[in-house]
Unconditional design. Structure first.
Length: 452
């Protein structure tokens, strides 16, 4: 047990005094370039640094892949909305389950062979995992059905407003199940996107859409459908990141075609029999199926690069593309608020991508992919990613040599002695702190530095 520096001696000699002045320099920890220690509630904001980081992100190919792919997915949603609207308004065909059934059947035909002809993969998904895919497919089928049925009972403005419930629902579910921690900048991006939706609703109100037959029922359909969409999107993000995209698409297509087929026979059999089939109606069904197939096939790719929250923010621009087609097909009135809405959504998505959210869920597939990318980069002669140098402990100094006391000299030096000798206890300081502390002992005569 070490003796403190300021301890008193229980003898007749005076306590030793030293000519050393001890100065403590505390080195505050500074994060490295590739280390992010910012937290959710951080209030520090540097506009210049923020603009530099945003400008640097906009010069990466990953940023533009996310933006462009998100807008392409919004165009596919626009195609499904236009086809459904033409089928219902012009031909009187109202069969949302039949339209979605074609998509699920195509997914099963294209992606299920990857499991049927590979028994090991098929055996891996049998059991509780396949039961989970069944419930996800059930939620997806009913979400598509309820959201399309909502347009028959309430106004377009109400459906668009309630459909935005998907975004906060996805964020809450991602926080609970996927351990995603959002920062203030993400909330700011979501708020900007939602303000764009507000401008869109104001523009739709100017078009004076006819009120629905039963607004309360239509609003309930839209609310339940938006919540089910949030559940399927979060489950999809987890599946494509933890397992594989082919597994999700194949099993969703298989179970979705089964559920959709049963629902089609029960609810929409008479409508399909009474419909006057012609090449235009068949072409609209095929176009709807192609748009849905592209949406379902590329959405997992997008979520693997980004997240379900970003996906729902990106597809908000689909309403703007519907308005562009509506000017020619449905004679919508032009409003500058549509352009304002589109710009606000794009700006909100850009702000959201200022920083990636903190994800505490470990996905083995993504970790393995990063390791393979690093290995391939090293094999091609590219420099591997630089790592911070390891922190080495400070070198330990040998204890000072003390003179052997003789009978003629006292065991401790006098106050007036200028020998410059210091006991080992005076030079040893024990610091228990996570910070790095350096002590520089400056002697009055010798000027030596002692680092502990």
């Amino acid at each position: 047990m070490s003796r403190p520096i300021s301890g008193r001696h229980t003898n007749n000699f005076d306590p030793p005094t030293s000519n050393y002045n001890i100065t403590a320099h505390v080195d505050v920890y500074q994060p490295q370039n590739n280390e992010d220690i910012s937290c959710f509630g951080s209030c520090k904001f540097e506009p210049k640094r923020a603009c530099e980081n945003m400008w640097a992100r906009m010069h990466t190919w990953r940023f533009w892949k996310i933006i462009l792919l998100g807008q392409f997915l919004a165009l596919t949603i626009c195609g499904t909305a236009v086809c459904s609207q033409v089928l219902q308004a012009k031909h009187g065909v109202d069969a949302p389950t039949a339209q979605s059934f074609m998509n699920y059947l195509a997914l099963a035909v294209v992606y299920m062979p990857f499991f049927v002809f590979r028994p090991k993969r098929l055996h891996a998904v049998l059991g509780w995992r396949s039961l989970g895919y069944f419930f996800v497919a059930l939620a997806d089928v009913e979400a598509n059905y309820l959201l399309v049925k909502a347009y028959q009972y309430t106004t377009l403005t109400s459906v668009q407003l309630l459909d935005c419930i998907t975004i906060p629902a996805v964020m809450i579910l991602s926080r609970i199940f996927l351990k995603v921690h959002y920062r203030i900048v993400h909330l700011a991006g979501v708020i900007i996107c939602m303000s764009g939706v507000g401008a869109l609703i104001a523009a739709d109100a100017q078009n004076n859409h006819a009120p629905g037959q039963n607004p309360i029922l239509g609003d309930m359909y839209a609310l339940i459908g938006a919540t089910l969409y949030a559940v399927t999107n979060v489950a999809q993000e987890y599946s494509v990141k933890y397992f594989t995209r082919l597994e999700f698409l194949g099993l969703i297509g298989f179970f979705g075609s089964f559920i959709g087929g049963v629902q089609l026979i029960i609810l929409e059999r008479k409508q399909l029999v009474l419909a006057e089939w012609n090449p235009e109606i068949i072409g609209l069904f095929i176009a709807f199926g192609i748009c849905m197939f592209l949406l379902y096939s590329l959405a997992p790719v997008y979520m693997r690069m980004s997240s379900a929250t970003t996906f729902n923010l990106s597809i908000l621009t689909a309403d703007f593309y519907v308005f562009i087609f509506g000017l020619a097909l449905f004679h919508f009135k032009f409003s500058a608020l549509y352009v304002v809405s589109f710009c606000l959504v794009v700006v909100g998505i850009t702000v959201y991508h200022y920083k990636d959210p903190v994800i505490k869920t470990v996905y083995p597939k993504l970790v393995k992919k990063d390791k393979n990318a690093t290995a391939s980069a090293s094999g091609k002669g590219l420099p591997p990613p630089t790592l911070p140098p390891p922190t080495l402990p400070p070198p330990t100094l040998p204890p000072p040599t003390l003179p052997i006391p003789t009978s003629s000299s006292p065991p401790f030096p006098n106050n007036n002695s200028n020998s410059g000798m210091v006991t080992a206890a005076e030079k040893s300081v024990t610091i228990s702190s996570p910070t790095q502390v350096k002590f520089h002992s400056q002697a009055a005569n010798s000027g030596n530095d002692t680092q502990v």
